[in-house]
Design a protein around this ligand. Structure first.
Ligand code: SIN
Length: 479
């Protein structure tokens, strides 16, 4: 593909055709660009510069930081179409989804620009005359983030937005697969007069080394990670050495439960978005579809019809709904899960094989007769496969849904108000959507429990992740 727009010009300074790290289009395998990378020595220097710059940044009033963040928001929105094309080129998602991602990413900058002004402390009624008891919120300090390829824009703004709003500096290592979107965000932040050292993106082909540097460097006070649970555990262990604050948004295994009393058409609409957004490559994608006996066959018939109609292809082409998987490893994993499930007794209602659109495309698939002990029900699929598990009653649905070490997102469709409350309360998940297939928004706290992570992103709680609470006792106040 050729890129020659204004955004492309802005990111030229980050490219290095001769020695850079190649960035590939997962739909075609073609190289889009090669980006400059940073050695650990160079990254260490960037960390020290960030730590130096953050004191002036934190000393600005919240109003001024908010203005800069708002300018950044406007920059991102002004380049919306070009950012979306870049995002599709490097991560493969259909253009309509990339456009939605730009808006989603920008919404975190706008939200935290507003929240910057609301980092309130409190006064606490005193226990003794002449003494005041109060709290103030202060920026955590210099932070580092490691971000994934599946939302190459939004997973950065969801971390950098609150960090900068709070008065922190942030150094980000983006995924090796999608550094261009990240670098575009850095270039647009610079256009919004956010000081260069306050937000830096450091592409590297050595993720383990950079992770270790972030987790062990004494001036980094917080590390935020979105990615797999095994890598999250490793970073947690490394960060323990210097007791850093952490936010971890890790893997999921979302149940999507359809009860007998559900509005089936609404449930199908919700499942199509929840399961097939980004070709099934999100941590909150429906991973197991639990359908109650009474509606099972009707629901599966409707689902198969819709899944067969999905248009697979290069995400930059009009009308495409399912793009490629990110790389060959992902393709091998998804293919193996489908083959293993069929071998273990699941029925392939549609799909089940790679797709002719190219090397990294998998046909949207529905499997029935899946049981909770199959590998496909135990793993985070990260691909366009909907495994359907049949259940009899509410207690069984909740038991199966909770039978996983993960606890990120859960979805269910029901109309009985008592059931809605009981099931919402019974699901051991950080986020539960009832009669809705998408729950991500900047205004609500995103995050998981159990092995799905620590901390929350978005909402007013997302700002607290970058603030320390200082208690001050002031005595000697009596006249
Ligand atoms: C993720 O997959 O990590 C994030 C999904 C979202 O924000 O909706």
């Amino acid at each position: 593909m050729t890129m020659s727009n204004a955004l492309w010009k802005l990111i030229q300074r980050f490219l290095d055709d001769k020695n850079g790290m190649p960035v590939l289009n997962p739909a075609t395998g073609e190289q889009i660009a090669a980006v400059k990378t940073y050695s650990t020595v160079e990254i260490e220097d960037i960390i020290l510069r960030a730590d130096n710059a953050r004191k002036d940044w934190a000393a600005l009033t919240a109003k001024v930081r908010a203005e800069r963040l708002r300018d950044w928001y406007f920059q991102v929105m002004a380049y919306r179409d070009q950012l979306a094309s870049l995002c599709t080129a490097e991560c493969g998602k259909p253009l309509a989804e990339s456009l939605a991602e730009v808006v989603y990413a920008a919404s975190f900058i706008e939200w935290f620009a507003e929240e910057a002004k609301r980092a309130y402390g409190e006064t606490i009624p005193t226990v003794a005359r002449g003494k005041a008891v109060l709290t103030v919120k202060e920026a955590v300090g210099t932070c580092a983030a490691i971000t994934p390829w599946n939302f190459p824009l939004a997973m950065i703004t969801r971390k950098v937005g609150p960090a900068l709003a709070a008065g922190c500096a942030m150094v980000v290592k983006p995924s090796e697969a999608t550094p261009l979107s990240a670098l575009a965000l850095e270039a647009l932040a610079a256009q919004a007069r956010i000081p260069a050292d306050i937000f830096r993106v450091v592409p590297s082909p050595e993720p383990a080394q950079v992770g270790n540097l972030f987790c062990s460097h004494p001036v980094i006070r917080k590390i935020s990670f979105t990615g797999s649970t095994p890598v999250g555990k490793l970073l947690l262990a490394q960060a323990a050495g210097s007791v850093k604050r952490v936010s971890m948004e890790l893997g999921g295994n979302a149940p999507f439960i359809v009860f007998d009393d559900a509005d089936l058409d609404a449930a199908i609409d919700g499942l199509m978005i929840s399961k097939f957004r980004n070709a099934g490559q999100t941590c909150v994608c429906a991973n197991r579809v639990l359908v109650q006996d009474g509606v099972h066959d009707v629901f599966v018939a409707k689902l198969v019809e819709r899944v067969k109609s999905l248009k697979v292809g290069d995400g930059s082409k009009p009308g495409v709904e399912i793009g490629p998987l990110i790389d060959e490893r992902a393709m091998a994993k998804v293919t193996k899960l489908a083959v293993d499930a069929a071998g273990a007794g699941a029925v392939v209602a549609c799909g089940g094989t790679p797709h002719e659109a190219g090397k990294q495309f998998f046909t949207p698939t529905v499997l029935t007769g899946v049981s909770q002990d199959m590998q496909i029900a135990q793993s985070e699929i990260f691909g366009p496969i909907a495994p359907v598990i049949r259940f009899t009653d509410e207690a069984e649905a909740i038991r199966i849904a909770n039978d996983t070490p993960f606890g990120l997102a859960a979805y269910f469709y029901a109309r009985d108000v008592g059931r809605v409350w009981r099931v919402m309360a019974g699901l051991e998940y950080g986020m539960v959507a009832v009669n809705e297939g998408v729950l991500s928004t900047e205004i609500a706290p995103f995050g998981g429990i159990k092995e799905s992570g620590l901390g929350r992103e978005g909402s007013r709680h997302g700002l607290d992740e970058y603030l320390e609470l200082k208690y001050a006792l002031i005595g000697g106040l009596s006249a």
